[in-house]
Unconditional design. Structure first.
Length: 400
């Protein structure tokens, strides 16, 4: 079994091009020397061949081996050698190809401010050689050298423009690739932030409830077994619900869908939204925080906004549990054609850390990020009369 050949990398292509230039220079030199040696001149139009003629032909063609690396110096050298060659009146046709190729190389690798003068100089040198043509074909010779100079320059200039266009396309491709990678990294970062926000909301609330209920159960374990049992039941329910929410999040990560509970074979889990607000309030009440709802809780919100409101309310209640766990909370809902507003206030009773809450921290950052996604805002801070207040404002599109 044969091994696959390596791809043509840039260094290999450059080596192939350099090899082709050397082969062309040597091959053209051989053909030109053969023509110079064998071309008949019975009428004596040109000077007899000598060391000067052969040496100048070599000087014209051999530098073409490095024409890609030094296009302008090679053209200048070839022009000077060819000018001497034609001034000595040697057979003119053998140097036309060398001079034309040098002109083409400059046009293909340099801007027009350089290549146009190079083409003019090439044409003048070739025109100087037409004086050596046989009588009667002078006009044809002038047309030939003019077209030769024009064609070599035009071909080289078009080649340069195609090369520049290819470089621009390659640069654009690299830029698009970099932008795509940056968008991918940004998407991954956003997704990580979303997952972190969900984990914070789920874990912070349920762990707070479990911690408080476990403390209550320990405190009344011997004096009030029924209360201790109820506290343990509440902690178990909170742990079970946390497990359900974690399972939903993992399902979303595995399958890439927000409808985690709707996949075949998956157990139904409690929906996350304001429909789950009563069990949330019941857990918070059981943990020692009295929650009173004022106003009508909306029931027909878009799914994303419904989840957003629920998570922000959950986070606000979690902070009350953590820092003012014997406080009384009032939750006020107002919604009309302008949108939805929710205010969560506590009286600060039993606050263990008066100057410290999760604000401004990950909790408030997550709440603000959620609200910003839907064009809303969250404001939070201490109340002048004591306690804390969280205000959520959300516009509701197509409000019903």
């Amino acid at each position: 079994m044969t091994r696959p050949s390596a791809p043509f990398t840039i260094p290999r292509l450059q080596l192939l091009a350099q090899t082709a230039d050397v082969v062309y220079a040597l091959g053209s030199l051989g053909i030109s020397v053969a023509m110079l040696h064998n071309w008949p001149d019975p009428n004596g139009y040109w000077r007899d061949n000598d060391l000067w003629s052969y040496g100048l032909v070599c000087a014209v063609y051999l530098p073409l081996a490095v024409r890609r690396r030094f296009p302008v110096p090679v053209l200048v050298w070839v022009v000077l050698c060819d000018l001497v060659y034609l001034t000595l009146a040697h057979y003119p046709a053998v140097t036309v190809c060398g001079l034309g190729l040098a002109c083409y190389t400059v046009a293909s690798r340099r801007v027009r401010t350089v290549s146009v003068p190079a083409a003019v100089v090439t044409w003048l040198v070739l025109l100087w050689g037409t004086r050596l043509l046989e009588p009667g074909i002078g006009g044809l010779g002038v047309a030939f050298v003019t077209s030769t100079a024009a064609v070599t320059w035009v071909t080289g200039d078009v080649s340069r423009r195609f090369a520049e266009r290819g470089e621009r396309l390659a640069a654009l491709t690299r830029q698009l690739k970099d932008e795509q990678e940056e968008r991918t990294r940004s998407a991954v970062t956003d997704e990580c932030m979303r997952i972190a926000r969900e984990l914070h909301d789920v874990i912070a609330h349920h762990v707070s409830v479990i911690s408080i209920q476990a403390g209550v159960a320990d405190y009344v374990f011997t004096s009030d077994p029924a209360a201790a049992r109820q506290a343990l039941h509440t902690a178990a329910d909170s742990a079970r619900e946390a497990g359900d929410e974690m399972r939903r999040m993992l399902t979303v990560l595995r399958h890439g869908t927000e409808r985690a509970g709707s996949r075949p074979g998956e157990d139904d889990v409690q929906p996350r939204g304001l429909a789950a607000l009563p069990p949330l309030i019941e857990r918070v009440n059981a943990a020692g925080v009295a929650v009173r709802v004022v106003g009508e809780v909306p029931t027909r919100l878009p799914a994303g906004i419904d989840m957003c409101v629920y998570r922000i309310v959950q986070e606000a209640l979690t902070n009350v549990l953590k820092h003012a766990h014997h406080a009384a909370v009032e939750m006020t809902f107002r919604h009309d054609t302008s949108g939805l507003s929710v205010r969560i206030t506590d009286d600060g009773t039993g606050q263990s850390l008066p100057a410290q809450r999760d604000f401004p921290g990950h909790g408030l950052m997550g709440m603000r990020e959620r609200a910003t996604i839907y064009g809303g805002s969250v404001a939070a801070g201490p109340r002048p009369q004591g306690g804390y207040q969280v205000d959520l404002t959300l516009p509701i599109p197509n409000h019903q």
